[in-house]
Structures are given as structure tokens and as C-alpha cells.
Design a protein around this ligand. Structure first.
Ligand SMILES: [Zn+2]
Length: 481
């Protein structure tokens, strides 16, 4: 039996005298609201700011971030190794001198200084002087990557999130059902903080399907009068089909006004038709916060340029590409204190758009996310993204929209082949016909031959993990096993 030796006097002294850092004292809120205006001020200021003023604001914030980064061992180490010293980085014009980094550099940094990595720049010990919180990536393999957020990081992220949700139709008094995972992953909590603190809407945190089963999600939506849904596109589709086919409830009768989802290449129209509501896209990661979100016109995602510099880099050369060309998204944060972010190449493929949006915003737009360059499979010289396959499957009404891409090395020549397993919508579907039609469609749209295997509804769930995780696994690479 363990009988801890307690010193009641000492315990009482600590409890009654040691003052923790309180959240409400950790920030100058009125000042922060001016620096990073939440709605509605954002839409009257940054959103329509002349380009030269945006650039001036970015320059000022960029300098502060570079100074901060030099104090973080990860950057000091890498930049010195690249032959840079402090006088080399004076303005945004110097940004391409700075070596970009990827998630594998973050993993190396964690190995160098476990468990959080020397890129973090703060440690839990700093909790003695400022309130810290940990959330992680939504990673499904291995330990998730942790992020320690300072109060300022977290508060600005909540503001950036509230701008996105307001652009997507969230208004004060709305009930917003958030079906994103809760626990370590950042996704659910970030939305809750944004909604609760800066939109006047009421978050309804049902979480993913393994926290609140889909049937209960629909019942809550109906009984409480939810008007906005937040979730991954595959889960929004799954919910609508479940309501329609299992509960005999037309999802369009549920009064959902708008859907908020990180669409990637998923087909917007399919999910909009199912719910009878418009669907909005956004882009962000747990390291960055909310980078970009589309407006009512849904014609590209406006970059929050007071908070980020976004570059698109050629995957081969690492050099920035012109607007209109695809490449890897590379993000520089203009506000982060913990784990400052200078040229983080996220390996998500996107493209900056030409021209301006009809909404009148002066902010640059990203066209959409085309897939992950590290999820990309090269088949006979053609780059195939599982996400792009998914968009074609989702557009096929004879399927549930559920799929998984299986890659194998076959034959004596060791050629790579991709088989797309697709769920039929129901038993009445002519499987042979659907298989042939999809093979033709893939060949037309992706310029490469993929094999198709039609399976029964629900059969892919153990492979994709959809009903449990909401973020489905879409690639099974058997070449690695
Ligand atoms: Zn717009």
C-alpha cells in the first residue's frame, strides 16, 4: 500500500499562496480586438483593405515573427546551417532565402528534444507564467503531434475561426452542431472556442459518430432546432444518407441552412443536394489555425492575410510558382508565439487564383485543396490523388460515395496498380455496369487506368473507419507492407 507522506502545512501553504497565471489577465483583450478584429469589424477593415496597406501590416508582423523565430532553437539551428544571419532577413522580400520545412523536419525536432520538440519554443514549465493548452493533429498513425498553445495564439485562432464561420452563414443565436472529433485533435475544440467566444452562436458539441451515434446526432438536430452543421464532408454525407434511408427522415426537412466542411476535392454539389443547404469550404491545420475560407460566392477561399503569408511552391524546385499554377502550400504565420511558423511546407496541393472576388474582398484566394502531395500515387507517370478519385465517386448516384484506393505492386515487372473499392448504393444496383462506367469515368478524368471493385453498402467501413473517426482513411498502400 502506498501511503504518500503528506506535509499538511506545506500543502496548505502552496494552495493558499501560490498564484497561477489567470487566463483573463494573460491578454490585453481590447488591444487584441484591434490587432485581429473579429466579426463584424473584420469585414469592414482587413477584408477590404487596399493591397499596399495589407502589405505594410504584413511587413510589420513578419519582422516581429522573425525576431521571435531566432530565439527558437529549431529555426536558429536550421537558419545558421543555411548560412543565414540576422541581417539577411529584413523584409518579406527575403522570404525565399529562408529554407522551408516539412512535417518530417518537425518529427526530427521532436526526436531531438522529446516529447514536444525544439521547434515549440515553450514547454509545460512555462505554464507557471502563462496558461497553456495542448491539442494535436488528427493523425491516425503513431502518436499524434502535440502543439502547446499560448493564450495569445489560442485567442487569435478563435478569432480567425469566427471569421470563417461568419462567412459561412453562422449568426448570433444559431445552434451549430459540431460533428468533429473531440479529445486530443484540435478540430472540435477550435470550432467550439471560435463559435462560443466570437460569433454569438451556440455550439452543440456532439462530436464524431463514436461519441454520439449518427441516429442520436439526427435526433438532436431535429429536436433542438440546429441550423448549421460542421463536419468532414464524408460524415456529412453519411449523416444525410442515414437520416434518409435508415430513419426515413428527409434531411432537407431538418432546416439546416448551411454546411461548414473542409471539402478538399470532395464534390460540393452532392452534399448540398442531400441537405438542401449550401456547403462552404475552408483550409487550416492544427499548427496554423484557420488559413483561408470561402465567402458567400464560394469561388475560392480568401486567405486571412493579416495572419498569414501563403506561398505556393513548385514540388520539385521548392521555388514559388506564379498565380494560377499548382504547387505545395507553404505557410508563414504572422502571429504565433509558441512554435512560430516560418515557411512551413504543408504538402497540401493548392493554387492561388487570379483576379478579385465578387464579394469585394481585396484578399488573395486559394482555388481549393487538390490533395496531399505525400498521399499522391504515381501510376505510369500520372499523379493520382485519392481525394480526386473520391470526388468522382461522390458524384455517382449509384454509389454511397464511400471508397478506398488500394495500391499494389503486381506482376513480374512490379507495376503499380490502383484498385478503387466502391460501395454500391443498394442491392438493386447493376454492379457490372457500375464497375464498367466508373472505369471509363476514371480514365477520362484522371488520364490513367484504375481498376474498380464494387462492394456492398457498409462493407468498406472497417477499412475507412468512417463511422468511428469521421475522418476517413482513403488510401491503403500495400506496397509498404
Ligand atoms: Zn469573396
Amino acid at each position: 500500500m502506498v501511503n504518500p507522506r503528506l506535509d499538511p502545512e506545506e500543502e496548505l501553504r502552496q494552495m493558499s499562496q501560490r498564484r497561477p497565471p489567470y487566463y483573463w489577465e494573460s491578454l490585453n483583450f481590447p488591444e487584441l480586438m484591434k490587432e485581429y478584429p473579429p466579426p463584424p469589424d473584420y469585414f469592414n477593415t482587413i477584408y477590404r483593405m487596399p493591397r499596399d496597406q495589407i502589405r505594410d501590416l504584413q511587413e510589420k508582423r513578419f519582422k516581429t515573427q522573425i525576431d521571435r523565430a531566432w530565439d527558437v532553437p529549431f529555426y536558429a539551428r536550421r537558419w545558421k546551417a543555411a548560412g543565414l544571419d540576422k541581417s539577411d532577413i529584413r523584409s518579406i522580400a527575403d522570404i525565399t532565402k529562408i529554407p522551408a520545412y516539412t512535417v518530417s523536419d518537425i518529427r526530427d525536432s521532436i526526436a531531438l528534444q522529446p516529447p514536444f520538440g525544439e521547434f515549440m519554443g515553450v514547454s509545460p514549465e512555462d505554464g507557471k507564467r502563462m496558461p497553456l493548452v495542448i491539442q494535436t493533429s488528427g493523425g491516425t498513425t503513431g502518436l499524434p503531434r502535440a502543439m502547446l498553445y499560448s493564450p495569445r495564439d489560442r485567442e487569435i485562432m478563435a478569432i480567425l475561426g469566427s471569421r470563417r464561420l461568419t462567412m459561412h452563414g453562422v449568426r448570433p443565436g444559431d445552434l451549430v452542431q459540431v460533428t468533429r472529433a473531440m479529445g486530443l485533435p484540435n478540430g472540435g475544440f477550435a470550432v467550439r472556442e471560435a463559435l462560443w467566444k466570437y460569433t454569438g452562436a451556440v455550439p452543440v458539441m456532439t462530436g464524431s459518430g463514436n461519441i454520439t451515434p449518427t441516429r442520436r446526432q439526427i435526433e438532436i438536430m431535429q429536436a433542438w432546432g440546429v441550423s448549421i452543421l460542421v463536419g468532414f464532408p464524408a460524415y456529412l454525407r453519411h449523416m444525410a444518407l442515414f437520416a434518409r434511408d435508415e430513419m426515413k427522415i428527409d434531411p432537407r426537412s431538418l432546416g439546416i441552412r448551411a454546411l461548414d466542411s473542409n471539402l478538399g476535392v470532395e464534390d460540393r454539389k452532392t452534399v448540398e443536394d442531400l441537405w438542401g443547404a449550401r456547403c462552404h469550404d475552408f483550409y487550416g491545420a492544427h499548427e496554423t489555425g484557420m488559413v483561408a475560407a470561402d465567402c458567400l460566392y464560394r469561388n475560392g477561399m480568401h486567405i486571412q492575410e493579416d495572419a498569414f503569408i501563403v506561398e505556393i511552391l513548385d514540388p520539385q524546385t521548392g521555388q514559388p510558382v506564379p498565380d494560377g499554377s499548382k504547387g505545395n502550400l507553404c505557410v508563414t504565420s504572422l502571429f504565433k508565439y509558441s512554435a512560430p511558423l516560418i515557411r512551413y511546407n504543408i504538402s497540401d496541393v493548392s493554387c492561388k487564383m487570379h483576379g478579385t472576388c465578387d464579394c469585394g474582398s481585396t484578399l488573395q484566394r486559394l482555388e481549393r485543396i487538390f490533395g496531399r502531395s505525400d498521399n499522391m500515387i504515381k501510376l505510369r507517370g500520372v499523379n493520382v490523388f485519392p481525394e480526386a478519385v473520391g470526388a468522382l465517386v461522390a458524384a455517382e448516384s449509384r454509389s454511397t460515395g464511400e471508397f478506398i484506393c488500394v495500391v499494389e505492386r503486381v506482376g513480374a515487372a512490379g507495376q503499380d496498380e490502383m484498385t478503387v473499392m466502391v460501395e454500391a448504393a443498394d442491392n438493386s444496383v447493376d454492379r457490372a455496369k457500375l464497375q464498367a462506367d466508373l472505369q471509363v469515368r476514371f480514365r477520362e478524368a484522371l488520364s490513367v487506368k484504375l481498376l474498380v471493385n464494387i462492394v456492398s453498402r457498409g462493407e468498406l467501413d472497417p477499412l475507412t473507419g468512417l463511422s468511428k473517426n469521421t475522418k476517413a482513411n482513403r488510401l491503403l498502400d500495400k506496397r509498404k507492407s
